[in-house]
Design a protein around this ligand. Structure first.
Ligand SMILES: Nc1nc2c(ncn2[C@@H]2O[C@H](COP(=O)(O)OP(=O)(O)O)[C@@H](O)[C@H]2O)c(=O)[nH]1
Ligand SMILES: [Mg+2]
Length: 441
């Protein structure tokens, strides 16, 4: 994953806690030192880091474990919760209907690349994005975006001969038919009057739902200062932290943004269009800490719904509704491609090109099919005979073969659920099994 250094430091701390037969003050202090070291190495602010470890220490010593958790699990959970606070608490909220997004940032921060990545993000979710090339400052900017658009099969509006970005945007808005409009803009060396004026002009014309500042992670804690100045001058709604893949300073950048109250919406993790993740601090910290036990732990303490679902599965009552909600869970984790990349043991290289996108479409198809069933059919798919299949296919605008395929995959998943009986890693195991069903791996 990104931030391997930070991750191994945090994991070392967690292992120290988990590896002892009991936790005392000495162990907690020792683990906190590891966490400090890891975060400071990631260029996080010293004071913030000390505040964090103080909270961990005092909570670990004062709070009694809630029912069902051992002392050790309780302390690991405190580390997890405090790290989530530290790195941003709220999961990014990205509008999934018609949205206008204006990107801004300094030279080379990754605006143009990120514009393309965000277009892909929407396209993968079945929406129609358009890109607008408003960087009129750099000569090759239009061509760069045009190439990205061609690769993604997303229209790019712009005029390489027009020097006034406001004119480019006005013209584009007259023509554009797509529901999502993503506007790239010109950078500067730093936020200056010239840039403020230009962005304000674009803002008045576009009236965007989101104003994102793009900041490279290698700025470390300076990212917080930059987010703050853009916040004050240009009223940003979110931050995209790019280049998380190429630096040890990502933790510092994320924590500094969180400390200013700016919400990180996406992180960029590579040069390719697919390298964008919606930022979800809980998921991010789970990865930092290392899946495994922690996931089982979280499942036990805070998800009544998950517990209810698990219980039903164990009783063999895994209905098509449960199947549908599981598909939703998979989708809400990001694109299948991202999910696959995170499941140990599944190599992306084994997946044929085009398979992943196709599978996402499949999930939509399956959702339509399940929606077209009667409640009785959903609860008891056994009653779905060929005449019912025909009716369902017609109602959902799909083919009878799709309906049969869904039922087959549902049966396989149901069987897989039973195999996972008693498996503490629950959700991950289920997902992995389900992915295998989808991907035929
Ligand atoms: N490794 C890595 N490189 C990135 C990422 N985002 C952008 N880049 C690279 O950073 C450079 C500048 O990006 P560009 O989008 O042109 O920045 P702009 O000047 O802000 O529009 C390009 O070489 C990109 O490929 C990222 O998340 N990871
Ligand atoms: Mg650019």
């Amino acid at each position: 994953m990104v931030l391997d250094g930070l991750s191994s430091g945090i994991q070392k701390a967690v292992d120290k806690i988990s590896g002892r037969s009991f936790v005392d003050e000495g162990v907690i202090k020792d683990a906190c030192k590891d966490i400090q070291r890891a975060l400071l190495h990631s260029d996080a602010d010293v004071e913030l880091v000390f505040d964090l470890t103080e909270s961990i220490k005092s909570r670990a010593l004062d709070e009694k474990p809630p029912e069902g958790l051992t002392e050790k699990e309780h302390v690991v959970n405190i580390v997890y919760e405090e790290l989530v606070n530290f790195l941003g608490r709220d999961e990014a909220d990205i509008p999934l209907k018609g949205a206008r997004i204006l990107l801004m940032g300094t030279f080379g921060s990754g605006k143009t690349t990120t514009s393309g990545k965000i277009a892909r993000f929407y396209k993968n979710r079945g929406l129609k994005p358009a890109l607008v090339a408003c960087d009129t400052y750099r000569t090759a900017a239009y061509d760069q975006l045009k190439q990205i658009g061609e690769r993604l099969d997303v229209p790019v509006y712009g005029d390489p001969d027009q020097e006034d970005s406001a004119v480019v945007l006005k013209d584009a808005l007259e023509e554009v038919e797509e529901e999502i409009i993503i506007v790239d803009s010109s950078g500067r060396d730093a936020l200056n009057e010239d840039m403020i004026e230009e962005i304000n002009a674009l803002n008045d014309i576009l009236e965007p739902d989101e104003r994102f500042i793009v900041i490279p992670a290698d700025m470390g804690q300076q990212a917080g200062k930059q987010a703050k100045s853009f916040q004050e001058e240009l009223d940003i709604t979110g931050v995209v932290v790019t280049k998380m893949d190429g630096t040890a300073k990502g933790g510092g950048a994320l924590s500094a943004c969180a400390a200013t109250g700016a919400s990180v919406k996406f992180i960029g993790t590579g040069e390719e269009m697919k390298d964008l993740e919606k930022y979800d601090p809980e998921r991010f910290v789970s990865q930092l800490i290392g899946y495994g036990d922690l996931e089982g732990l979280l499942e036990r303490i805070d998800s009544e719904e998950a517990a209810e679902q698990a219980k039903k599965m164990l009783e063999g009552e895994f209905t098509l509704r449960d199947f549908q909600s599981q598909m939703e869970q998979v989708k809400s984790m990001g694109s299948l491609e991202e999910v696959m990349g995170k499941i140990p043991g599944i190599s992306k290289s084994k997946i044929p090109d085009g398979m992943l996108d196709m599978q996402e479409e499949k999930m939509d198809t399956y959702n339509y099919i399940i929606d077209s069933m009667t409640p009785e059919e959903r609860e008891n798919p056994k009653i779905i005979d060929s005449s019912r299949k025909k009716r369902i296919a017609k109602g959902s605008g799909t083919e009878v073969e799709d309906v049969s395929e869904l039922i087959r995959i549902y049966r396989q998943s149901k069987k897989a659920m039973k195999i996972f009986k008693g498996n503490r890693r629950g959700m991950k195991g289920n997902l992995q099994k389900m992915m295998k069903n989808f991907g035929g791996l």
